[in-house]
Design a protein around this ligand. Sequence first.
Ligand code: AHR
Length: 363
Amino acid sequence: MKKRVKINLSAFLSLALAVMITACGSGQDDHIKTDSAGDSAGSVSGTTVIGFSQLGAESDWRSANSESMRTAFSTDNGYELLFEDGQQKQSKQITAIRSFIQQGVDYIVLAPVTQDGWDSVLQEAQEADIPVIIVDRMVETADEDLFTCWIGSDFYLEGCKACEWLRKYAASQGLSGADLHIVNIQGTIGSSAQIGRTAGLEEYSEKYGWDLREETPGDFTQAKGREVMTQMLVNYNNINVVYCENDNEALGAIEAIEAAGKHPGGDIKNGDILVLSFDGVNETAINYCLEGTIACIVECNPLHGPRVENIIQTLKRGGTPDKLEYVSETLYSSYEAVKDVRIDSRDYPVTLLTQEVIDTRAY
Ligand code: AHR
């Protein structure tokens, strides 16, 4: 269905040409998109045009997320996906959104690199009457009406799950809170994934007297994870827990631990460094979890493509999607000591990781 077409001269000529081709019986695709000089990408009929501003390609989680979006919004499914990689820069994402507005797309999907600073561009989308769906990380806006809805993970809950797992595991080993000497390799500062996971760790550290030695950003990448952990191991000789805010950082941290002649694992009393992580997407990381090198991975589910597509279908039918939709996620560990974690009176079972579990996962 036609939503909007902004017509300038070149768009008008393109439109006329398309009508002529269709009239001659040779047109297959009834979606009108101008050439590079044109400014109209909005659908005329059939094809729905989605402008997706992805924040970057920093991790395996991100690659799986991009793939999920590309699959859901394929041509075969009746979409044209305009995919823009923001390369971790908010300014690039804002430019992409402005270009989507200019092209008159039907829907904008934004995976924001950080939480703040989106009000003006969201206002522009609202004035152009283009619904904006936020996916994965959250935005902080002065007015919640500036975006249509959000779908993603509860990152604070993820952090609490990892910490509650650690609390119970330490207790099972006869360790007190003061015995835990922790470093945190944080994600991209200002992203809701970092903010939520860091907040969980800081709260638990405060509450249970954990020795939280240092928190330094690792940008969700393996290279930075290794670099940061290498320095942390130089700075402190008693680290026994590393809290990595994603799997790629954990892989880098493990390289650093082994290069320093130490052992990643769960036998803290005998000198192991316990590795905690998030995501569960990277194959090496999930296999490390199976063999106990990573003690626990809190799942962060990247498969948002079909979820966003559902939202768009709801909007197309004139429905109202939930303003905020949290996806449900588990925790993985091959250590049997912790069967579940309780947060705010709710129990979350730990998925005991086996080869069979790995083989039946969707990613
Ligand atoms: O926002 C989700 C986080 O971003 C994932 O945990 C991380 O791997 C990614 O880069």
